[in-house]
Design a protein. Sequence first.
Lengths: 182, 182
Amino acid sequence: MDRRIKKTQQSIMKAFIDLLTEKGFDKVTINDIAERANVNRGTVYLHYADKFDLLDKCVETYVGLLINHCADTSDTTLNPNAFKRMLEYLENNFAIYHLLLSNEGVGFFRKRLYATIAKILMDVLGTENKQLSNSITIHFVASGFIGVLDWWISNSMPCDVQEITERLMFLLEPYTKRLDSN
Amino acid sequence: MDRRIKKTQQSIMKAFIDLLTEKGFDKVTINDIAERANVNRGTVYLHYADKFDLLDKCVETYVGLLINHCADTSDTTLNPNAFKRMLEYLENNFAIYHLLLSNEGVGFFRKRLYATIAKILMDVLGTENKQLSNSITIHFVASGFIGVLDWWISNSMPCDVQEITERLMFLLEPYTKRLDSN
DNA sequence: ATAAGTGTGTTGATTTTTCAACAGTTTAAG
DNA sequence: CTTAAACTGTTGAAAAATCAACACACTTAT
């Protein structure tokens, strides 16, 4: 990707997230964003259709970053190290994810994170196993997982990464087994 | 000036100063600078002829910033507040000016600062008074002034702004009088 | 009601940056 | 010495960002 595009998109997203924190979605204008990002207003429209599209792309980016931080290893099984990396990343970028999980995210974030995690679980299962029981398990596990993340972030990380990782592993253990053996 | 130009030049200069601090002038390559500034190598050559030109332009910029920080008021007489602002700016940007005053500046900085200060002193005198005695006084005062700045920065600011301002005012007092009355 | 002000989204001409390719020079190592 | 690798500086075509201008919708205060 062209270096200019990357730089422009990064500064627009950064500006948008900052303004979201300061004023809230409704009060942020495209003018604000362009000014803060030190970019022409037209340039914003060159990349994003409108404010909602920008929020959507931001969410996509941050979900991607979160997921990538536990996908370094080629290990597809749900292992503690992957969780730990993800939670540490979450901890280090607390402000942003707290914002996106709140109503400021307008539901976009939760929806996309849910879809992404469900897809990963399906991929782990492989294409053959499309039984109803597995579908239900996937949605149950995805919801439970996100619910715990949400609780942890929304309550300002009331316990440390190590502890929440262990609790998650414990909770997921029976289901990972059930998923592995189709 | 086009917004892109400003952004590009700023990031190139920032990258250059940082690399100068880390590696020294000789070891910094144009590739380094472009990479650090997140800019195409060709773009560097679009703005600067070579490394020396870049250093020169940097020096010009930083001398300008230093001078501007005591030129807010329309008061052309040498007043304590102007000195104080300048010294405070110097204090807040210690690392950069320490670097530029050292051999890393390759003499460019001292030369240009000298020329700038001498010119200001001449302007204060006006165009009519071009007597030899005034010329000599100007060079004496400019040298003395820069010498004190250099000492202060090179020794890591061994006294506070207030004190050095007072000492400077005291030292300059007889000469400002001599200059004012042609 | 209307006028002034602010935000939205689009357009086209212009400028800047990028990229890849090139030839020439310097540096370092076998 | 010579070969490989890295750095320098330049070029031209292509892509992106800028700017000014436009029409339109919306608030809000006189």
